[in-house]
Design a protein around this ligand. Structure first.
Ligand code: 2F8
Ligand code: CA
Length: 319
């Protein structure tokens, strides 16, 4: 590089640096846009300021209105909530007072019941007290009597229990005996093939129809002499069988009498009278001596007759 070329370069660099410095200083003083606006005229700047003020006013008013609306809505919501709260409070109060009323009623009813029970109890207590004052020696005796009865009952209890057991045993033994007797009877019936001469057989039993007559006691003795007794009737078939062997208007003594007690008819073998074939109007116990012995007609009907009368008779014995 030449010397002149070096001088021009130095000058250019100095000029450029000077301009840069001026620009820097300008930038430091005022913003460029505002300065350019204000730079036109003061009226225009004032107008601009008014516009800005108006805008600020509008913005402020808008914000105020919005806030007012929000406050109003909040107030309304608050009012509604207060109304709801008041309503629910009133409802709750109403319900509560109803419940209280019901409880009051229930309580007073229960109190009345308790009161009446207490009255009863106090009456009973009063009654018992009165009885105690009235009850002196007599009650003591009554009490001791009751205690004695209770003690006796305690003593008797085992004896009664034993007695019941004995009765049970007796009843069992009696049942066994009955069964054994039944077996014996069946056996004797099986073994029974024929009756003595002159005796009639019916259902394993032999019967003797007399040709002569005797008073009832003698007839009974006669039968006993043959290991038999006057006829005892315990079925309709048996009564019919006997009636069929009676001819005409003949009558025969049966083994039935009430000689021991009027009206209490008993068979000679000890069986009680249950099945009867009394003739119409019998037994009538007529005559001076009464009628304590029974005869059977050919019709099969019975009549009470005087025992001392002389009549035919029927003996009976097992085969
Ligand atoms: O001999 C006594 C007898 O007389 C009548 O029978 C024939 C009586 N009968 C009537 O009166 C129906 C029996 O009762 C009486 O025993
Ligand atoms: Ca009679």
């Amino acid at each position: 590089m030449s010397q002149s070329e070096g001088a021009v370069g130095t000058y250019k660099k100095w000029d450029f640096d000077a301009r840069m410095e001026v620009e820097k200083q300008d930038r430091r003083k005022v913003p460029k846009g505002v300065l350019s606006l204000l730079a036109f005229s003061p009226e225009r700047a004032i107008t601009l300021l008014y516009v800005l003020l108006a805008l600020a006013f509008v913005l402020f008013t808008t914000l105020a209105i919005v806030n007012l609306q929000r406050v109003s809505a909040a107030w309304e919501a608050l009012e509604q909530a207060r109304t709801r709260s008041e309503n629910s409070h009133a409802t709750a109060w109403h319900n509560l007072s109803e419940v209280q009323h019901a409880l009051d009623q229930q309580l007073s009813a229960e109190l009345e019941v308790i009161h009446s029970r207490l009255l009863n109890v106090s009456r009973e207590v009063e009654n018992a007290r009165w009885k105690m004052t009235q009850c002196k020696a007599g009650c003591g005796k009554e009490l001791s009597d009751r205690v004695r009865v209770l003690e006796e009952r305690d003593t008797l209890e085992p004896v009664l229990r034993q007695l019941a057991e004995v009765k049970q045993e007796q009843s069992r033994a009696s049942a066994l005996l009955d069964a054994a007797l039944e077996g014996t009877r069946n056996l004797s019936e099986i073994l029974c093939t024929s009756c003595p001469a002159g005796w009639q057989q019916f259902a394993k039993t032999c019967y003797f129809f007399s040709d002569t007559t005797k008073p009832w006691p003698s007839a009974a003795d006669f039968c006993a002499g043959f290991n038999a007794h006057l006829a005892v009737i315990d079925s309709e078939q048996e009564n019919k069988f006997l009636a069929n062997h009676i001819m005409g208007n003949r009558v025969f003594w049966l083994g039935l009498t009430d000689a021991h007690k009027e009206g209490d008819w008993q068979w000679v073998d000890g069986r009680s009278l249950s099945l009867t074939f009394w003739n119409s109007g019998e037994p009538n116990n007529v005559g001076h001596h009464g009628e304590d012995c029974v005869t059977i007609y050919s019709s099969g009907h019975w009549n009470d007759a005087t025992c001392s009368n002389s009549e035919a008779w029927i003996c009976e014995r097992s085969c």
